[in-house]
Design a protein around this ligand. Structure first.
Ligand code: ADP
Ligand code: MG
Length: 397
């Protein structure tokens, strides 16, 4: 695709100076905000739409010079709402394009059986009607139907958008396997970043009709082109992708503000003031984490001589210093807490991970990850320990 542009009759420029060279057997995923021109681009590839300017070539041949009907039959197309004909059996549905191409009845029949096997569905399902199948089964048929005429290029426009996550995962596995086994070229539109990163050999990130970044999933994670891409990827995935930062101990802050169980409310107020924090971690004489106290507790207790141990929150989320970042970061972020205490294998307090530290990693990723000379500690325990089910984590601000 060279300098591809699509301006709709109403003046809307849906695709602007789009350039992409796709090699045979690639799996390209388009991802971007709604209305960024993904569907328009797909529809130009099979000439359901004609571009305003620019060229599309397949094997060096300009498609605007090809017969559009012939072209369309040579390209498989899968859409979100499946598009199976309800009054036709599954077999008839699979045979639509082979029939249009004039294949013999026998060859079509053989192909239908082969396709249902590829879809990993029972052979007798060929005689059923779409309405008798689940949404996931129908979409399996939708996918193999696009392959039935042995097309080299398959376009899939948000094919799994309407499916539940489990069905979606099994369909992703099917698509990935088919693409790899059959060596066909897949161009796939999705709004699910995990899906794009998991399936694609290259990802095309679209915004307002333009390609913002085109690269392998790995490079996009390592070097997002700009803030738009960063936001699209999400901070969690970026942190996971940082190769040099492996364990919690590499990003934790030392000397978190703490207090002992026998100290008093007055001590807590003074320490919070000195350290400018609104939470103190409670540790015993062996520095073992007991819980935390925060400003909310302090406000509801009148007597400043009250010992800390009588109002310690014992339900506290914590992580181990040698936990892998990749295994804990999503859980830290999802807890919605600003800070998480870090302990050693004896549950002794050794540091604190702040949300700010995690966000800093994202900024480093943006600048192009600097080489780190930290050596990773041995990743023994990757578990974040949650002893709380209620608000233990949330109230720890
Ligand atoms: P995406 O698939 O990325 O969500 P589309 O390619 O469907 O985006 O649409 C790109 C832009 O073109 C959108 O702003 C959309 O509203 C506009 N658009 C799509 N189809 C038409 C049309 N037939 N006439 C005018 N504008 C259109
Ligand atoms: Mg679309």
């Amino acid at each position: 695709m060279e300098h591809l542009r699509k301006e709709y009759p109403n003046g809307k420029v849906a695709v602007d100076d789009f350039n992409l060279q796709v090699d045979r057997g690639e799996f390209i995923a388009f991802i971007g905000t709604s209305g960024s021109g993904k569907t328009t681009t797909m529809r130009m590839i099979n000439r359901m739409l004609d571009q305003t300017s620019g060229t599309i070539k397949i094997d060096g041949e300009d498609i605007s010079k090809m017969d559009p009907v012939k072209l369309r039959r040579s390209i498989g197309y899968v859409i979100q709402n499946i598009g199976l004909m309800p009054h036709m059996t599954i077999q008839e549905n699979i045979e639509i394009v082979p029939k249009l191409l004039g294949w013999s009845k026998e060859k079509r029949n053989t192909q239908a059986h082969k396709m249902i096997e590829l879809a990993q569905l029972p052979d007798d399902m060929l005689q059923r009607y779409p309405g008798e199948l689940s949404g996931g089964q129908q979409q399996r048929i939708g996918v193999v139907r696009a392959l039935a005429a042995d097309q080299d290029i398959i376009l899939l426009d948000e094919p799994f958008g309407a499916l539940d996550p489990i069905t979606r995962e099994s369909l992703q596995a099917l698509v990935k396997r088919l693409q790899e086994d059959l060596g066909k070229t897949f161009i796939f539109v999705t709004h699910d970043m995990d899906e794009a990163l998991h399936l694609a050999t290259r990802v095309v990130i679209m915004s307002r009709g333009k390609q913002v970044q085109v690269d392998t999933p790995e490079n996009i994670l390592r070097h997002p082109a700009n803030q738009f891409v960063t936001n699209l990827i999400g901070e969690e995935r970026l942190i996971r992708a940082q190769p040099n930062i492996l364990t919690v101990s590499q990003i934790m802050l030392d000397h978190p503000a703490s207090i002992r169980p026998d100290e008093t409310l007055k001590d807590a107020i003074d320490r919070m003031h000195d350290r400018r924090v609104d939470t103190l971690l409670v540790v015993n004489d062996q520095n073992v984490l007991q819980g935390f106290v925060d400003l909310n507790d302090i406000n509801r207790i009148a007597d400043v001589t009250t010992p800390i141990k009588s109002f310690t929150n014992r339900e506290v989320f914590y992580v181990q210093a040698d936990s892998l970042i990749g295994d804990t970061v999503d859980r830290i972020l999802k807890q919605g807490v600003k800070n998480v205490p870090v302990v050693d294998s004896e549950k002794r307090l050794v540091g604190i991970v702040t949300r700010t530290a995690l966000v800093d990693i994202v900024y480093d990723a943006l600048k192009g990850a600097p080489e780190s000379d930290h050596q990773p500690a041995s990743p023994i325990n990757a578990d974040i320990h949650a002893t709380a089910t209620k608000e233990g984590g949330d109230s720890q601000q």
